[in-house]
Write a protein that binds this ligand. Sequence first.
Ligand SMILES: *[C@@H]1O[C@H](CO)[C@@H](O)[C@H](O)[C@H]1NC(C)=O
Ligand SMILES: *[C@@H]1O[C@H](CO)[C@@H](O)[C@H](O)[C@H]1NC(C)=O
Ligand SMILES: *[C@@H]1O[C@H](CO)[C@@H](O)[C@H](O)[C@H]1NC(C)=O
Ligand SMILES: *[C@@H]1O[C@H](CO)[C@@H](O)[C@H](O)[C@H]1NC(C)=O
Length: 358
Amino acid sequence: MLLTLAILTAVVSIHGVCAVPQTASVTNTALPTATAVVPGLNYLAREAGKLYFGTATDNSEFNETRYQHILNNYLHFGQITPENSMKWYATEPEPGVFNFTAANAIADLAFRNGMILRGHNCVWYDELPAWVTANNYNASELAYIVANHCGTLVGHYRGHVCNWDIINEPLNDNGTFRQDVFYDTLGESYIPIALRAARAADPNAKLYINDYNIEGVGVKSTALQNLIKQLQADDVPIDGVGFESHFIVGEVPTTLVENMQAYAALGLEFAITELDIRMELPETPELLEQQKTDFNTVIHACMSVPQCVGVTVWDWTDKFSWIPSSFPGYGAACPWSSDYVRKPAFDGIAIGFEGGTI
Ligand SMILES: *[C@@H]1O[C@H](CO)[C@@H](O)[C@H](O)[C@H]1NC(C)=O
Ligand SMILES: *[C@@H]1O[C@H](CO)[C@@H](O)[C@H](O)[C@H]1NC(C)=O
Ligand SMILES: *[C@@H]1O[C@H](CO)[C@@H](O)[C@H](O)[C@H]1NC(C)=O
Ligand SMILES: *[C@@H]1O[C@H](CO)[C@@H](O)[C@H](O)[C@H]1NC(C)=O
């Protein structure tokens, strides 16, 4: 097993900016148990030619030893995304006053474990500190604020973040631009302002637009493709698209692959960035089986298109999932249960990376 780990680590380190920072530490805390049948989901993803299987996490979850033990296992997770700690409210709580304490804890965790770090996010309408909206900035002021926020944030993690969600959720479900403080003040121009500032701050990071309800063919996905084409025509840096993929059991879009191929044709990479598949509670054996099939469908789609570089779940355990508080009556959306037991969904993911369907 040690030999396998060494090879895995060596392979990781040839991927340039998306390499792990060091040949760190898969040998540290979390060797697979003797009973493990599957070495781990990241192990399988990398064997399948993907860059990573990863998870969202955050400081508030670090209070449980058993959580830490699984989170730190590189065989399961080769990538992490801070769920909240890099958001604007956390990183620039007052104008021009930056605080990277919580975000650094996630970056340090990634570094220690040799995991790829995803930056999340620079510009988003939600979870903003009040000052961004309350001060009624004019266009030139807000343009400076956006550029300064993105430039400072991305610059702080220069060389440490592989891919950055620079623009988060810019579109309405009908494909129009979301009306928020940025769009209302700057129009579409806030998008190139943020992307250019990010590129200048870290020329090697892959810059993404991340959104939901763009995973299947439809008006919102078409609108995002049109935005990408416009950015490309204007010579604005854009490298990738994040498909959030917050799905409902039994309702995974049937056009995932066709949609991915449309993005691949634009010359972009993309990733599944926030995957979870919620069910109406209580959970039943039937729902858990359907969820297994649904996770497999998503992994299989990513496996079908080479430009799909990796998959991140929006937390791996139901214990810390955002779903129950945001979608009352729904839950059980993750591949591990709230007491850290692997669910059928885990097998659905593993089978998907092994090339199988259900
Ligand atoms: C850790 O924090 C979560 C809430 O974020 C709580 O549900 C859980 O009980 C805590 N665990 C311990 C061991 O304190
Ligand atoms: C920075 O953020 C940390 C973690 O959220 C917090 O504990 C600390 O008080 C903040 N520092 C300042 C100067 O506000
Ligand atoms: C925006 O506000 C600044 C003062 O903060 C002012 O100097 C500038 O002229 C204003 N720009 C416009 C277009 O009103
Ligand atoms: C699109 O959706 C937004 C947000 O729901 C709404 O404000 C807008 O009027 C809609 N536009 C059209 C053309 O339907």
